[in-house]
Design a binder for this molecule. Structure first.
Ligand code: SD4
Length: 316
């Protein structure tokens, strides 16, 4: 197990690179952790080319785009989330606003959209022509939306941040599984499953098949390990491999699952049951790097692939 450097940001998938760059500059300029983390997530939400988060995300069975997002402040343990919302430009911003409340912090569907309207959050038609076309092709091929199970092209942007004072926070956003049932909620806006941040211990977040991630409350389990002094990398590996072994023991196969974590000193960790899971790290000096966990037979190796190697893997 490789010991890694100290970082201020860690985020899932290659798509988070632009957002992490922006967040690292914001932190370096003395902006708040909340601003840096939410900006990193918003950057991905706003980009149409990333087809599993925000604008241009994956439609559900009705051809509508329903999104989940959450935010957690690791100092106060306050968290907020929105579930199955439509046409909100930046769901993570609404989740962050909800995290300030004492009650009614997690809102679903129409209720969340009413809150967003009342608080002047921006709305836009989030369904792009490319997403419509993707829906049309997938449903035509399968003979209708209801016949087709969700496929593997779904990803969540998860961003964990830590500032100079050691405060930690986490933001996540996704359109969830392609062709999911209307109203389906994945792990992403479920506290302890898709995300968890506790500045006294560390923070963790997950991406993959939400139903399987939720069965292990993976993010909270990883943070608990770090609270006991386990380094972030070891916590990620132990929790993920233990959960997968258990799922296999009790009921056969499980879907894709990947996790990232950061301990309170800025040590990072990542684990996956994919062959390769890319992630991005950044620090306050503006240094950002793309890394990946390579996995074979449950053994993980953190690597920094070069351009040629990335091409071999064809992953986002
Ligand atoms: C969900 N966990 O809705 C999300 C999707 C995802 O990689 O992250 N896929 O289940």
């Amino acid at each position: 197990m490789k010991t890694l450097d100290r970082w201020n940001l860690i985020a899932t998938w290659k798509m988070s690179l632009g957002g992490v760059r922006r967040a690292s500059r914001l932190l370096g300029d003395g902006k708040s952790l909340e601003e840096a983390v939410t900006e990193a997530v918003k950057t991905v939400e706003d980009e149409a080319a990333y087809c599993s988060v925000g604008y241009g995300g994956l439609p559900n069975r009705n051809g509508e785009l329903e999104m989940d997002a959450a935010y957690m402040d690791g100092d106060t343990l306050k968290a907020g989330g929105v579930m199955a919302v439509r046409d909100i430009r930046n769901p993570v911003a609404v989740a962050c606003a909800l995290s300030k409340y004492e009650r009614n912090c997690f809102l679903a569907g129409e209720g969340a959209m009413v809150f967003a309207r009342q608080h002047q959050f921006a709305f836009r038609n989030m369904l792009t022509p490319a997403a419509r076309e993707k829906f049309r092709k997938a449903t035509a091929k399968a003979g209708g939306p209801a016949c087709r199970d969700a496929y593997d092209g779904h990803d969540t942007v998860c961003v964990i941040g830590r500032d100079q004072q050691g405060s930690m926070a986490c933001g996540v956003s996704t359109s969830g599984l392609f062709l999911k049932h209307p109203g389906r909620v994945g792990d992403s806006p479920v506290i302890g499953s898709g995300f968890y941040a506790d500045s006294c211990a560390g923070a963790a977040a997950a991406t993959g098949v939400g139903e399987d991630i939720m069965r292990g409350c993976l993010s909270h389990a990883i943070v608990e390990r770090m609270a006991d002094g386990c380094p972030a990398q070891e916590a990620c590996e132990r929790v993920l491999t233990g959960h997968i072994a258990k799922l296999r023991r009790i009921g056969g196969s499980c879907g894709s699952m990947s996790v990232i974590a950061m301990d309170r000193e800025g040590g990072i960790g990542a684990a996956t049951n994919l062959k390769l899971f890319p992630f991005v790290v950044g620090n306050m000096a503006g240094e950002c790097r793309m890394m990946a966990v390579k996995q074979a037979d449950g053994r993980m190796e953190i690597i920094e692939p070069d351009e040629e190697e990335w091409k071999k893997y064809e992953v986002d």
